[in-house]
Ligand binder design. Structure first.
Ligand SMILES: *Cc1c(COP(=O)(O)O)cnc(C)c1O
Length: 387
């Protein structure tokens, strides 16, 4: 039994904390080195390789380790890391063939919408946007024989609608379509889409997985490596050049060691902030699946384990200017986009989404809760809402 096999029997929290129990055989180091080498020697006696590849664009020990940790936490057969979350999402689209149809549930990450609108048609792909959180609508958008991929995000940006993954998988698999789930907001701590039947899990590892707002990275995990779509994704990463750099891979593995602790605290903070906002007279609407009145609460209670995530949004009375006034009145919450880091972030979402056609209300403020003291976060929002 290899070290990896043994570690698979341990709890996921143990596997994450120990980065799969890694130890250096020659030195005893418990932290892996960063392998910056772009190339690897062949043996003199048989011209064979010590690793799976000879060149860093194919594989590198540091990137492979990060991919193995993510695969282990997601309960998948194989995991890879890529240069960004967008590289991961779009690798799945690149792996499709001309004539294939995609169903994409919206809202979702704005970059995915922008990619489809910019590149899909020219590549011979067609797509239908359906409704996140509505598995019947998503099932109805699937075109038997033509739809090859259903793409969904749960909870999704920026309304945190929760989609019943099992229900979508059932409808998609009935007609031979694959299901890809962008699980960036849920993290493997709260949801494991492969256990619900999904074929591929995607992460912007920039966010919760790395967790410190200092790494750009993406990850994909497959249920079965024999899947032809997965094989084309691997080819796309290799020949499209979407590999993750060594330093980023190292930081990602380092970040994932504290993933469970961070997400547990972020969920607790988000819940307290959501409850505070829901009770505030200047807040007409809060979007958080942890609130009993949220439309996604029933599915989330079944599908998400241990919490409802660190992400939430809310609306203020009025429009864009009122929302921006609230955002910029915050001091503890940093006025920046992105999510999943240890520091709390606040943004006017529509500004960050740029030019795409979006249904995001102009009065919507998106919050990424960090690991600070909840009282400080709440007091800061309270004074900002009074301005
Ligand atoms: C940020 C994000 C992405 C894009 O990831 P990058 O690492 O910024 O390329 C994709 N999906 C979701 C849900 C995200 O939050």
């Amino acid at each position: 039994m290899s070290n990896d096999d043994k570690s698979q029997m341990l709890d996921r929290q143990t596997r994450a904390a120990q980065a799969l129990g890694w130890e250096d055989e020659s030195t005893g180091a418990v932290v892996p080195p960063v392998h910056f080498s772009t190339t690897y020697t062949r043996r003199k006696q048989d011209y064979g390789l010590k690793l799976d590849g000879s060149y860093i664009r194919d594989t590198s020990p540091t990137a492979a380790h990060a991919g193995a940790v993510i695969a282990s936490l997601e309960g998948g057969a194989e995991g890879i890391t890529l240069g960004s979350g967008m590289a991961a999402c779009t690798a799945a689209f690149h792996a499709l063939e001309a004539g294939d149809h995609i169903v994409c549930a919206r809202p979702c990450y704005h970059g995915v919408v922008a990619w489809l609108e910019t590149f899909a048609e020219a590549r011979g792909l067609s797509y239908t946007f359906s409704i996140a959180g509505d598995s019947d609508a998503i099932a109805a958008a699937i075109q038997p024989g033509k739809t090859k991929l259903v793409w969904l995000e749960s909870p999704c940006n920026p309304t945190w609608a929760v989609t019943d993954i099992e229900a979508v998988v059932k409808a998609a698999h009935a007609v031979g379509a694959k299901v890809g789930v962008d699980s960036t907001a849920a993290t493997p701590v709260l949801t494991t889409p492969l256990a619900l039947g999904a074929d591929i899990v995607c992460h912007s590892a920039t966010k919760f997985l790395a967790g410190h707002s200092d790494v750009l990275a993406g990850a994909l995990v497959t249920a079965t490596p024999e899947d032809p779509l997965w094989q084309r994704i691997l080819d796309h990463r290799r020949y499209g050049g979407a590999m993750l750099g060594a330093m980023e891979a190292y930081l990602l593995t380092r970040g994932m060691r504290t993933l469970f602790l961070r997400v547990e605290r972020q969920c607790a903070n988000a819940m307290k902030v959501a409850e505070f906002l829901e009770a505030h007279p200047a807040v007409p609407k809060v979007y958080y699946p942890g609130l009993p009145g949220d439309p996604g609460h029933a599915v989330a209670s079944r599908q998400m384990k241990g919490g409802f995530g660190g992400m939430l949004s809310f609306e203020v009375n009025g429009g864009r200017d009122d929302a921006i006034r609230t955002v910029t009145a915050c001091n503890v919450w940093k006025t920046a986009t992105s999510l999943g880091g240890v520091e709390s972030l606040i943004e006017h979402r529509r500004t960050s989404e740029g030019d795409i056609k979006t249904e995001t209300p102009d009065s919507l403020i998106r919050l990424s809760t960090g690991i600070e003291a909840a009282d400080d976060l709440i007091a800061d929002l309270d004074q900002a809402l009074d301005k």
